[in-house]
Design a binder for this molecule. Structure first.
Ligand code: SF4
Length: 405
């Protein structure tokens, strides 16, 4: 059975990351997953990502017990289930971090930082914790749903980055050091370039990495970008995958079709989903979700401006038209035969099926599309039986309409 050996190292790295949070002498920043982690690390903060905790709650299927807790504070059950799971976990004092790492919960924050480039929900979510911990909170509110990112956008966001510095200095007790920021950005750039190469190994057939594998291997680029550890990890992973490409070894010997997955993973169903596609010899090889941590724009010569550009031009923050152009490119690069859109019921921001995009894609690119209903964490919105039937018929349909082979 196909196995990515480097997974062992990833587990160790993630374990060390969480165990490191036991150290009460360190300063902790909480940050959104596509927030300014490099700037925070340049002040010496360890960085905790509540969305990563949300994904953990989803993957361990803890969310079902926790979501109702946050409803008691008025957080509606149909808003972001990362938010409702995470606040529920805090209220119930229950987290898988206890069992796996002996932590009571996420570390207490010295500063909380958000970027609404992905959604407004993160601002509400983080503000709740800022009140709870009586902790400073700062944020970036970039222009949303942009077509092309312009110099006006970059100036605006770059100034917002700079405006966070006094709060970071006060919380960390360290003066801002542009060289430290450049060093962290350089490490992040190298890691993100490697991560892109890792994802792009899936352009090969047979592909050495699936979308489901990538959702696991993206751990370090989310929580440890800006560190040597992340860079070294992706160097090793890439080496293994490139060797598999050379030897024509992949997770499927023969790919019946190649599929793009749009939107969030269904964290609590990752394994059965992955198995469903494998049993049907369908290779899910691309997603814009895992690509969210590819930041082509980082440039150490212009650390603020390039960070502003990188974090504003992410897929989720683009207009429908810009998104469709990006998808057209991926379909070509990865030789995609069909697209599955996950309509995550508690995340409209990362569900692209609601304004006619699947229909337009089929019309423009000539490939079939399918919408599956589900959610990132809240499994009440997901029907396994119905989804399996839909996906199996979709794979049949793709076979009859292949563009690329
Ligand atoms: S993008 Fe969606 S899942 Fe992520 S934090 Fe925002 S609302 Fe939640």
């Amino acid at each position: 059975m196909y196995k990515i050996e480097t997974t062992k190292i990833m587990k160790e790295i993630m374990s060390n990351y969480f165990l490191g949070m036991k150290d009460a002498r360190k300063k902790y920043a909480w940050c959104t997953s596509v927030g300014p982690a490099e700037l925070l690390r340049s002040f010496g903060f360890e960085v905790h990502f509540p969305e990563n905790h949300g994904a953990l709650l989803g993957a361990t299927r803890s969310s079902g017990d926790l979501i109702p807790e946050s409803a008691s504070l008025g957080y509606n059950n149909d808003i972001c289930s990362y938010l409702t799971s995470d606040i529920g976990s805090y209220l119930k004092k229950q987290t898988p971090l206890q069992e796996h790492y002996g932590l009571e919960g996420p570390p207490k924050p010295d500063i909380i930082v958000y970027n609404t480039n992905q959604c407004r929900e993160v601002q509400d979510w983080f503000t709740y914790f800022a009140r709870e911990f009586n902790c400073p909170i700062v944020g970036i509110t970039p222009p949303r749903h942009v077509d092309e990112v312009t110099d006006v956008h970059i100036n605006d966001v770059s100034n917002q980055f700079k405006a966070m510095i006094p709060a970071c200095e006060a919380a960390s007790g360290q003066k801002f050091d542009i060289d430290r920021f450049r060093e962290t950005l350089q490490l992040s750039k190298e890691a993100t370039d490697l991560w892109k190469k890792v994802l792009w190994t899936a352009t090969a057939s047979p592909s050495p990495i699936s979308f489901f594998d990538a959702t696991i291997h993206m751990g370090p680029i989310v929580v440890l970008r800006g560190t040597q550890v992340a860079k070294d990890y992706y160097t090793t992973l890439l080496k293994e995958l490139e060797s598999n490409v050379r030897n024509k070894v992949g997770f499927l010997e023969k790919e019946r079709c190649r599929i793009y997955w749009d939107g969030m993973p269904i964290w609590g169903k990752l394994r059965p989903m992955s198995e469903l596609f494998l049993q049907n010899h369908a290779a899910v090889v691309a997603s814009t979700y895992c690509n969210s941590w590819v930041f082509d724009a980082f440039d150490v010569e212009h650390p603020f401006e390039s960070s502003a550009k990188a974090y504003t031009e992410i897929f989720i923050n683009r207009s429908e038209e810009a998104k469709e152009k990006i998808l057209a490119r991926l379909v070509e690069d990865f030789r995609i035969d069909g697209m599955i859109f996950h309509d995550a019921k508690t995340c409209a921001n990362n569900s692209n099926s609601r304004f006619g995009m699947p229909q337009r894609i089929t019309e423009k690119l000539g490939i079939p599309t399918l919408v599956v209903e589900g959610d990132l964490c809240d499994l009440r919105f997901y029907s396994e039986g119905q989804t399996t039937t839909k996906i199996e018929s979709f794979i049949e349909q793709i076979e009859n309409s292949k563009v690329y082979s």
